[in-house]
Design a protein around this ligand. Sequence first.
Ligand code: IMP
Length: 427
Amino acid sequence: MPAIVVLGAQWGDEGKGKATDQLGSSIDYCVRTSGGNNAGHTIVVNGEKFDTHLLPSGLLTPGCTPVIANGVVIDPSALFSEIDIFARRGVEVPDLVVSANAHVITSFHITLDKVTERFLGKNLIGTTGRGIGPTYADKISRTGIRIADLFDESILRQKVEASLDLKNHILAKVYNRRAIEPDQVVEELLSYTDRLRPMVADTSLLLNRALDRGETVLFEGAQATMLDVDHGTYPYVTSSNPVSGGVCTGAGVGPTRIDRVIGVIKAYTTRVGSGPFPTELDDADGDRLREVGAEYGVTTGRPRRCGWYDAVIARYAARVNGLTEFFLTKLDTLGEWERIPVCVAYEVDGVTQDEMPMTQSDFHHAKPVYELFDGWQEDISGCRTFEELPKNAQRYVRALEEISGAPFWGVGVGPGREQSITLRDAS
Ligand code: IMP
């Protein structure tokens, strides 16, 4: 199984690392293909926790080469501070490979992200403030700065000046902020070149050659389906394509090379930031899910909004990503409820529909149609086979599988690597 995609099926934070762990240690390359340091993974090494935001979370898998591909936006300062944290705590990180074509997040992109959010007031997106949107905006406007540009000072200066020309007018005249000095930006970016140079490569060539040799490449999703700029809850989305199609453009590999597309989905739903969320709970159940599931952002520390499992979203994610399977996470979190509601359809303006509404206006009005399942009310974190699960937990998993649009490959029952149940062999 040489090319495997693992991505989020909901609004992120599904515990994608859990599914990755189950793939075992035979991964030759782990690759980030979209987003930037807005993502958040926690890696546990010898009982010590490390948070990664930009580095692929599989980077400590023995024998695995971590790759940041062209579709990612890179803040060099964040990149090096992540690498240095591992080094300071005595954990060796294998040599990282970075695409020459990846776009660079500069200090002015971060400034713009923050001032734009402030300007939007109550209509804000709730971004992570890491400069992601403005950097992708420059990429699409063809005014971006790419990693390769850092190695040619005169090109870099031209590009920074051109990019700041308009932005400084906007900063001063719209946002009432001080203009940004191009020299300062250039100087900062040049300070990273010596460290970056040995990492930079044609990552599309590297990965395609690896696939030609039959090596295993894991494409690690960041953010998730419902945050996709095309397929998510626009405009309350991130500025990239976390869906499986984004892996192809974000890494320079063709769709015919992908063998498995695994959608990671929580046994309930969470989201951070603004935007519609049909099964959201503004009550004691929502608070309890947050506490039991420890639902606080790794990147921003924000409390996550919580709600019940939404099978309409699951079916949608199965469809737009072409999922070959799901991995269900955090089933153990539901251990204290007597009854567990599952959203099986929406009611939109009095009409019941079991597919995602075509428009965001309808999605804003969607009311969940719930089916109730009996809870199991016991600790399942020690279960290692499906048969060991209480009968009601088995029924819950099988019922979700039936309505979610793709087979379930495995189930997570706790944060530890070993706290998983495999339901079937890999497809
Ligand atoms: P941005 O990606 O910082 O521009 O933020 C846009 C939206 O995506 C906001 O609602 C963020 O909270 C959300 N977001 C970005 N990255 C993640 C993630 O890794 N997990 C969950 N939500 C995210």
